[in-house]
Design a protein around this ligand. Structure first.
Ligand code: 16G
Ligand code: MG
Length: 543
């Protein structure tokens, strides 16, 4: 490794003195104009991580559902997973090193990790459609080449596509071909098989309207369309040709505002869904005959997928443990429904994909979803082997058929990370196989009314939580206050947590009625404001 070259290149991507940032739940996020040095340095770090793991590492340039003016970067570990936590610290140190300290920090990381500089390094790079992404991904490439790493630029891809590619490259093609085309082929083949299996049960011609948040999802869906069978007709909206990325559209907007995105007309009962800006989240929705909007969020998706898999496992006679992992944001009704129906563990993890993913890996089959629509299913190696073996060798027709459906589901789901395109196809296949309309799916349980609010405080780190963020340990007195408020309300639940992506404290409350949920959320916000150093105006009641 030639640190002289690094110094020379780094001068071209110099860090503005004093600027500091942190590798958070979704990597680095900031205004695009502040990110050049971070990108360059993440190129450097990806080379080190590649040498350490002797594997291909991914670098994705995106700020997901955040505004077009923002951007961000995250590293993808060898199996397509989020970067290991100990390396998040290296990332933060490297990004914050002032220019004269950069080489020292770099060699510190090499030393701590006992890196063998002789190893080759290979980095794959992808980016979303933001106007700043092209230039910023070039800065990543400069970082990679400055440290002598090799790279392949995959250009415009969804975040989950890059995760997929990383996994394929490191498993020597076992997971699929390491190209975007390979991704389309793998998913469409599995989807077509499932639709064939469904077609024996009914005529399934479905029309789905998709809001792509004016992001990368639109481009990639258009590319994928020709691989999809005629029985699924998709109509793409907010494809980025006119609208602005994530502006009044996308999964995050729809979930937060509980209303349809602009640019998508809905008639009664029509099935619609929204991706977020980098296509790793999805939510479904429809309008009922009374014109009321119904959202099917990550909890509803987790329920649909996990009950489907559970039924198939029962049919095959396999004794594999199925678990569902949620976060504190999961609607209480969904948790109750799951506990009653899947008859396996329903667990709660801290917010952030890495936490859910990690927990889901502990089981034969782990379904994880955040309420915001990010999630997937993980099958252990053993589970996958047993299912594939049964699909091939089982003599009993009914059992073999069920195993085959499971096998195709394994191939359709992107096990590396939540993936809007893959999740959408899984959902469509399940609805077809079970002969369900979106309304019937929605009727599996009724969401308990809930409300989310944010409170500004001087330093959100004064709030420390435990029990997967469901209880506050500090500041003193806050949890006692929340407990007392919850006790006053029927079917109530509430928690607070410092955001990992915004300088605010988040408040969540649910109760028997919307009014009670709103009041509870407001009162909890006041408690945060008073006990955790609120700034600005006192929180107002929800109107
Ligand atoms: C990030 C996380 C997402 C989480 C959200 C919470 C990843 C890839 N993304 O977007 O899973 O729900 O942060 O944001 O982990 P918050 O901490 O601001 O509430
Ligand atoms: Mg996203």
């Amino acid at each position: 490794m030639d640190f002289g070259t690094v110094a020379k290149y780094s001068a071209l991507h110099a860090k503005p003195p004093g600027l500091s940032s942190q590798y958070g739940t979704a990597g680095f996020r900031s205004k695009a104009e502040n990110l050049d040095h971070t990108m360059f340095r993440m190129g450097l770090l990806a080379v080190l991580r590649s040498k350490k793991t002797q594997s291909t590492i991914g670098v994705m340039v995106t700020a997901s559902h955040n505004p077009e003016e923002d951007n961000g970067v995250k590293l993808i570990d060898p199996l397509g997973e989020m970067l290991a936590p100990s390396w998040e610290e290296h990332a933060t140190c490297l990004a914050n090193a002032e220019e004269p300290e950069l080489l020292t920090v770099l060699s510190d990381i090499c030393q701590k990790e006992a890196l063998d500089s002789q190893h080759d390094a290979f980095v794959v790079i992808g980016r979303d459609t933001r106007s700043s992404s092209k230039k910023l991904s070039q800065s990543v490439i400069d970082g990679v080449t400055a440290l002598g790493g090799q790279f392949r630029d995959y250009g415009l891809v969804t975040t989950p596509q890059l995760h997929y590619v990383v996994c394929c490259r490191n498993t020597h093609g076992n997971y699929g071909r390491a190209t975007v085309e390979g991704y389309y082929q793998k998913l469409s083949k599995a989807f077509m098989e499932l639709m064939k299996q469904a077609a024996t049960q009914r005529d399934c011609h479905v029309c789905l309207k998709i809001d792509c948040a004016n992001g990368i999802g639109a481009l990639k869906l258009k590319e994928m369309e020709r691989y999809l069978p005629g029985c699924l007709r998709i109509h793409i909206f907010n494809d980025g040709l006119n609208g602005k990325l994530n502006h009044l559209c996308g999964a995050d907007f729809v979930k937060e505002h509980q209303k349809p995105p602009v640019g998508l007309e809905m008639t009664t009962g029509e099935r619609c869904c929204s991706f977020d800006g980098d296509a790793d989240r999805i939510v479904y929705y429809y309008n009922d005959a009374a014109g009321r909007f119904h959202l099917l969020d990550g909890d509803k998706i987790a329920t649909l997928i996990s009950t489907f898999i559970k039924e198939l496992l029962v049919k095959t006679g396999q004794t594999l443990t199925l678990a569902v992992i949620q976060t504190a944001y999961a609607n209480g009704s969904s948790t109750r429904y799951l506990e009653e129906t899947i008859k396996g563990p329903v667990q709660c993890a801290k917010t952030g994909v890495k936490h859910l993913h990690h927990k889901a890996k502990e089981f034969d089959v782990g379904v994880y979803f955040e309420a915001n629509g990010h999630g997937t299913v993980l099958f252990s190696k053993t589970a996958e082997m047993k299912i594939r073996h049964q699909a091939e060798n089982e003599k009993d027709n009914r059992k073999r058929e069920a195993a085959k459906i499971l096998e195709n589901t394994i191939d359709l789901i992107n096990q590396t990370v939540g993936d809007a395109i893959s999740d959408m196809l899984v959902i469509e296949a399940i609805l077809a196989l079970k002969n369900l309309t979106v309304q019937q799916w929605d009727a599996m349980y009724t969401d308990r009314p809930n409300r989310q609010l944010k409170v500004k405080v001087a330093d959100r780190r004064v709030i420390d939580t435990t029990d997967a963020e469901r209880r506050a340990v500090t500041p003193p007195g806050l949890q006692e206050k929340i407990d007392a408020l919850v006790k006053k309300t029927t079917w109530a639940r509430a928690f607070v947590r410092p955001s990992g992506t915004e300088d605010v404290v988040r408040v969540y409350a649910e109760a028997d009625t919307q009014e009670n949920a709103d009041n509870l959320a407001h009162e909890v916000s006041l408690a945060v404001y008073c006990l955790a150093g609120g700034v600005g105006e006192e929180p107002k009641p929800v109107v």
